[in-house]
Write a protein that binds this ligand. Sequence first.
Ligand SMILES: [Ca+2]
Ligand SMILES: [Ca+2]
Ligand SMILES: [Ca+2]
Length: 212
Amino acid sequence: MNDYRFAFQSTATLLTAMAFLTTGGCYVRTTARTTQPTVTVQTQQQQPQQGGVVFVESSCVQGAQEICNGLDDNCNGQIDEGCGYSSGDVQITLAWNTGADLDLYVYDPQGNRIYYGQPNSPTGGVLDQDARGNCNTSQPNNRIENVYWGGVRPPSGRYTVEVHYWANDACSANAGPTTGVVSISVGGSILGTYQLMLVGDQRATFATFDIP
Ligand SMILES: [Ca+2]
Ligand SMILES: [Ca+2]
Ligand SMILES: [Ca+2]
């Protein structure tokens, strides 16, 4: 059920991507619209997840209200649209369920590391939602971090998505084990959603994927 693929094309002014995902007998058809430059992306999930990471079956409902939860609730291929952070040809969103400070790290094919300490890569990747730094709880959606490529073609090659449980903040000290959930959208369709429970100081790879 972890072996599915999709193809995607867009125009400069309007994209209507029709993606067909088959997972475990489920058949989901999605339509996404965006204004990205012309790109063609073909990708597929690389291998069974390792290190205890669980592949979460999609449970979106077309026409549902999009909630700021790190999931694509309405099946349009965009994660949490309207929540103040961005979608694009690649979107990677981390959400978690305690007051801990989790950090999202995305390594792009050119070796760039995108995270709170380096939120912009030369390839166009952007961390536009950073959360819980210094235990800050004043910002909206303070248990979500988001990385995206928008308006530029994401570079070809392998991407690695990693999550770190930063345990040195007071908010993390009492938070205990924390479940992180990462959703990945590529070419306007959800590639997958991945879940793992982390403990303090743990760093784990949630997923890898390739863009040809
Ligand atoms: Ca959505
Ligand atoms: Ca959502
Ligand atoms: Ca953080």
